[in-house]
Design a protein around this ligand. Structure first.
Ligand SMILES: [Mg+2]
Length: 422
């Protein structure tokens, strides 16, 4: 068994060898190059993970979204694309989506941790033992308050789920024992640089058929209330969701909650930083508006603690934030069991991570519009059949695993146009 480590200096050269050479390479690697993989049969010898390849990239973006600024001032969406290949040639794709303006994980640290610590422990393992893989990943990189480097880790988890689906011929919903929705309604993100720009951004969403909106707020309560009123005035009875990303102090959040509710906001997400436990308790007790957590909910363990401490009414779910599909699924089931609610959110997820989120939310029959804004802010994809949004709704890909196929020519192009990570 071996781990084939790819960086951006090797990948374009290999993929640039042309389609014939590429097919030869894929064939030599035992990778299926046409048709769907044959489902794994019970009498076959157990399949093992043969290798994990990593492709650090940066997706080009459109529009203004504060979390997409790079240290050099350019707007981009970094990601590490993960390709896990079993020793029978079947491939699963995943994606880690670090955003340094959102959490401490960066493209560079995610790539190094995946390459040198997490991916190697998967090689030689049974690809169908995803819970066992998570335990091995726990041993490879200790957590601090919760799971270590969860955004990086999510890329491996997503790839393992895709691989399991391709090996067994099941969609993600089938793997989870669920009956998926056919499509999801999405929410349009409004993050104006000033209040003057808000109306045009709302109009842009409405023109594209979106009916539900999420706004970025904090720390200025008066400006946030004014923004909420502008958006509510234009969207009728659409769902309006305010996300502070932990940006209020506790006193400001307590003042903002009733004012935002009065301005027509339906839920307030991440009003204060997640380590302000008493702040969340006070906000929930105030009951001015449903309080949802996002940042700080990583593993099901702390979610259970936060629920018992009376800190929240629900969680804005993101498999990319919490180490992948397996922990996210447990969190949704925990919330439902406790009578709490969940919303579908994301980290401006590109193609693969977007497909994983759609599949998870569809499987658990998400009721409210999902704030999956990758299609709104990203200008490139690497799929053979891109995920399309029509009138603010996205079909959930069907088929084994995530239901998507990566176009390796597009991947080569994205790697070539991305900054070098080494
Ligand atoms: Mg959020």
């Amino acid at each position: 068994m071996k781990t084939l480590r790819c960086d951006d200096s090797r990948v374009p050269r290999r993929l640039n060898e042309g389609s014939i050479a590429r097919r030869r390479f894929l064939a030599a690697a035992g990778i299926a190059i046409c048709g769907l993989p044959r489902p794994l049969l019970a009498e076959e010898s157990p399949v093992k993970i043969d290798r994990v390849e990593l492709f650090p990239v940066a997706y080009p973006t459109v529009g203004h979204f504060k979390f997409l600024s790079s240290p050099r001032g350019r707007s981009q969406r970094p990601a590490v694309i993960v390709k896990v290949t079993a020793d029978n040639g079947v491939v699963g794709w995943g994606q880690s989506v670090p955003l340094p303006a959102w959490s401490y994980e960066t493209l560079e640290t995610s790539h190094i941790v995946l390459r040198d610590y997490l991916a190697p422990v998967l090689v030689g393992r049974d690809p169908l033992d995803i819970d066992g893989a998570h335990r091995a990943l726990d041993r490879a990189l200790a957590g601090s308050f919760s799971t270590g480097m969860p955004i990086a880790r999510a890329g491996l988890d997503i790839a393992l789920h895709d691989l399991e689906g391709r090996l067994t011929g099941k969609s993600l919903a089938q793997m989870l024992g669920q009956n998926s929705l056919p499509e999801l309604t999405l929410s349009w993100t409004v993050n104006p640089p000033s209040l003057d720009a808000a109306e045009a951004l709302v109009e842009d969403g409405l023109r594209r058929g979106y009916r539900h909106f999420n706004i970025k707020v904090a720390p200025d309560v008066d400006a946030d209330v004014a923004l909420a009123r502008v958006v509510r005035r234009r969207i009728g009875d659409g769902f309006l969701w305010a996300d502070a990303n932990g940006g209020y102090e506790v006193a400001a959040a307590l003042a903002a909650a009733p004012k935002l509710a009065d301005a027509g906001v339906n839920v307030l997400e991440a009003p204060v930083k997640p380590n302000r436990l008493r702040g969340y308790q006070a906000l929930k007790k105030l009951a001015a508006i449903p309080i949802y957590m996002d940042e700080g909910v990583v593993s099901p363990v702390e979610l259970e603690e936060f629920i018992e401490l009376g800190m929240l009414d629900g969680v804005a779910m993101k498999p990319s934030r919490c180490g992948g599909i397996a922990p996210a699924r447990k969190q949704i089931e925990l919330l439902v069991a406790k009578g709490l609610r969940w919303l579908g959110s994301g980290l401006t997820d590109p193609d693969i991570s977007l497909a994983a989120s759609l599949a998870l939310y569809g499987a658990y029959r998400l009721e409210k519009p999902a704030a999956l804004n990758g299609p709104q802010f990203l200008a490139f994809d690497i799929l053979e059949r891109p995920i399309e949004v029509v009138d603010g709704r996205s079909k959930i890909p069907t088929g084994p695993g995530l239901g998507i196929d990566v176009d390796e020519d597009k991947l080569r192009e994205l790697v070539a146009r991305s900054p070098r990570v080494g």
